[in-house]
Design a binder for this molecule. Structure first.
Ligand SMILES: [Zn+2]
Length: 454
């Protein structure tokens, strides 16, 4: 097997080592050795002394199809935003999803992301091939991928939020989910594709579908993902309809445990923070989306302190307008400190350290996704590495470059390696043409916008 040698001015392994003039040897998609000083001989090499190299970043929550509907309802909250967008989303098909996912994944890779989930839950009737388009796109662009077979089944006529036109029959959802697991799920170490079972939210599916989905996932040994405690509106909906707070509802439905991770987890009380941590349930914190929609400030520092698995997510680009996971790291750090200050914490600046923020974006996300082979750079782990320049105008001369990359504006990745293969080099995507992707998604967004007007 050919070997690839990666060298950087500073190599942060995420496992306690920060090596000046560090190197990493990749073989067959895995890290075979890490060190500093004189590197071993390899078949190929990437040598970037002007960069910091870190474990590839992990995106633990996204809806990639939303890249086609960015900028709608720029000043509205979640429910208002969703009600405006559902009819537009009802028009998507496999081509939309492919073009949007190409854009979202390209942006993720260029921000240093090497492993991402995608929570896809809109399957308009009669539109075939949507899930397959996501899997194929990740494979084309070279991204390690955990696609969620999401779902919505509770339409407006039954008291749910989405219009009936975008919900599916529950038996069909379960049958299709099982088929996708069969077709695409690879549980092996170093896997490039693992399928996740993911009904959308307490206000868009029934409790029965939640329960059945959990049973199905556990029968097949795959993970579970959904939205929980994102907004106060959701909390009111759950209290009104079920007489329970969102986490209590999910726990009663079998939706806590070390095979489950939630998106958001903004509105947890003290007892719920403890319960999330105790049950080993993960939380994907999505700071930009939460701030854009005015959803609230996640208790990320409290969750970390309680020992919960916490990762970061960009969320769909319709509530972020980007998919830059390095930006989420920066935002998470600032948001945690701002929140701590609002709570009267005299050490608010220490609420989430720069290296803690890096951990959320790497090992924390990998833990949410159930990947013990990703998130750090150690022998035997996946060879997923991101390089960021520290000699550009934004970062040159910053003392403590690893902290600097969290505190200063996020850098575009200079090089990205996924599964031992170089997919970004000199700040350019090697597996797709950025301008073509931009042109195509602009045309598709325009087409959807025109449909939505009628
Ligand atoms: Zn979401």
């Amino acid at each position: 097997m050919p070997t690839l040698l990666l060298r950087a001015g500073l190599l942060g392994t995420g496992a306690g080592q920060e090596l000046e003039n560090g190197w990493l040897l990749a073989r067959d998609g895995f890290v075979s050795a890490v060190g500093s000083g004189q590197p071993p001989v390899a078949d190929d090499a990437v040598h970037l002394p002007n960069c910091v190299a870190v474990p590839g970043l992990v995106n633990a929550h996204d809806h990639m199809y939303q890249w086609a509907t960015r900028g709608y309802v720029p000043d509205g909250g979640l429910f208002e935003w969703l009600r405006a967008l559902y009819p537009v989303w009802a028009e998507i098909d496999a081509d939309t999803v492919r073009l949007a996912a190409r854009a979202a994944m390209a942006r993720l890779l260029l921000s240093g992301c090497t492993l991402s989930t995608d929570h896809h839950y809109v399957f308009p009737r009669g539109r075939e091939g949507i899930f397959d388009a996501l899997v194929e796109t990740a494979s084309d662009l070279g991204l390690r991928f955990h696609p969620c077979r999401g779902s919505m089944s509770l339409g407006e006529s039954k008291g749910g939020l989405p219009p009936d036109s975008v919900v599916e029959d529950e038996d069909a959802i379960l049958a299709d989910t099982e088929e996708k697991i069969h077709d695409f799920h690879d549980p092996a170490p170093g896997s490039m594709c693992r399928v996740v079972v993911a009904p959308c939210s307490p206000f868009s599916v029934t409790p029965e579908l939640m329960r059945e989905s959990a049973a199905l996932a556990r029968r097949h040994g795959v993970r579970l993902h959904t939205h929980v405690a994102e907004t106060k509106d959701e909390e009111h909906f759950c209290l009104e309809r079920f007489g329970k707070r969102p986490l209590e509802l999910m726990q009663d439905l079998g939706w806590t445990g070390d095979d489950v991770w939630f998106a958001h987890g903004v509105h947890f009380n003290d007892e719920e923070v403890r319960r999330v941590a105790e049950t080993g349930t993960g939380v994907a914190h999505c700071p930009s989306s939460n701030l854009r929609l005015g959803a609230g400030l996640c208790r990320v520092a409290d969750l970390v302190r309680a020992g919960a698995r916490v990762g970061l997510g960009v969320d769909g680009a319709a509530s972020n307008e980007d998919a830059n996971i390095a930006m989420e790291l920066h935002q998470a750090l600032l948001l945690a400190r701002g929140r701590a200050a609002l709570q009267g914490d005299h050490h608010a600046a220490a609420a989430l350290g720069a290296r803690d923020a890096w951990r959320l974006a790497t090992a924390g996300g990998a833990a949410c996704l159930g990947r013990d082979d990703c998130g750090t750079l150690e022998p035997g782990k996946c060879a997923d590495v991101a390089f960021f320049r520290i000699d550009d105008l934004a970062h040159a001369g910053i003392d403590d470059p690893l902290a600097g990359l969290a505190l200063a504006p996020p850098a575009r990745a200079e090089a990205v390696v996924v599964n031992g293969k170089v997919v970004v080099r000199d700040g350019h995507l090697l597996t797709g043409d950025e301008s073509t992707i931009a042109r195509e998604i602009a045309a598709e967004s325009k087409r959807l916008r025109a449909l939505a007007r009628f």
